[in-house]
Design a protein around this ligand. Sequence first.
Ligand code: IPM
Ligand code: MG
Length: 345
Amino acid sequence: MKKTIVLLPGDGIGPEVTRAAAAILRESAQEFNHQFEFVELPIGGAAIDAAGTPLPSETLDDCRNADAVFLGAVGGPKWDALPVGKRPESGLLDLRKGLGLYVNVRPVKLLEPLREISPLKADRLGDLDLEIVRELAGGMYFGERGNTAEKGVERAWDTESYSTPEIERIATFAYARAENRSRRLCSVDKANVLTSSQLWRHTVTAMSAVYPAVKLEHMYVDNAAMQLTLRPAQFDVLLSSNMFGDILSDAAAALMGSIGLIPSASFGSSAPLFEPIHGSAPSLAGTDSADWVEQSLHRVLAGGYRTPDITEPGARTVGGSVFTEILREEMQRTFEHAERYGWGV
Ligand code: IPM
Ligand code: MG
């Protein structure tokens, strides 16, 4: 396999996260004879400092031509005073828009060796394994906005709006995911208050005839937030708008004990974008090399190693770069083991 991967380290711990991910990808490439060409470009606050804009046009162009994009993180106190549209976060939003990314998938799957760092009691946590399918190109994030000041009174607004095709394309993805998982789809909205949510609910319901094997349920977002906290194991695929998905994915991440444990993959009309939701390295799912990384990660965690964000009493706490080194060594051992006995052992 020969692929070009654009790395967008961004701000804060983004560069560390990106370095770790690239090291793991390089390791996988070497063993599996893949050829990954890495191109590193600025985004977010780093790009504001270097080029005066959070998404320089070369960054977007190179991302468009890449096979995949990996982003670390954007934002930080240094740029907090900037207005919406000029902040580091706009770089990420413009990138999502520029790559036509309308699907965002956030898997929330318990890592068994980390069960104890979850704030939930073990019996409530159950076998936590759900997926948030978040609409990524519409809604309030990209709706009309503005502000006025009349007679000393300031007013600001953002608009939530969805069209039927926008809802259908994300729901199509969510139904397909549910078909391939436990066939339960929970669509989240606020249809008791918002007209955009009423169209959302109506559209998702109308599509259920095409997916008879999937059990569709609707839930108001406030209840969904509560149910996620009380009994998260009831969920399989959660489908939501851009804004609700943003909020629910942080809540779901908390169940794992750290926001750094949840990866995020976005798909659309050009290169897919992989990012933490924020703070950790996502893995490419569904391939041998991803299995290899996951198995090795489980072993390192089971060996008691933790980075400071997920540490617990009695753990062997190490920094990110040492952890990455330990993971690479474990990958080497796992590989030798798998060569001898096969994968999945
Ligand atoms: C996320 C993040 C982003 C979002 C920010 C950084 C713009 O919170 O990916 O969930 O709101 O989508
Ligand atoms: Mg978020």
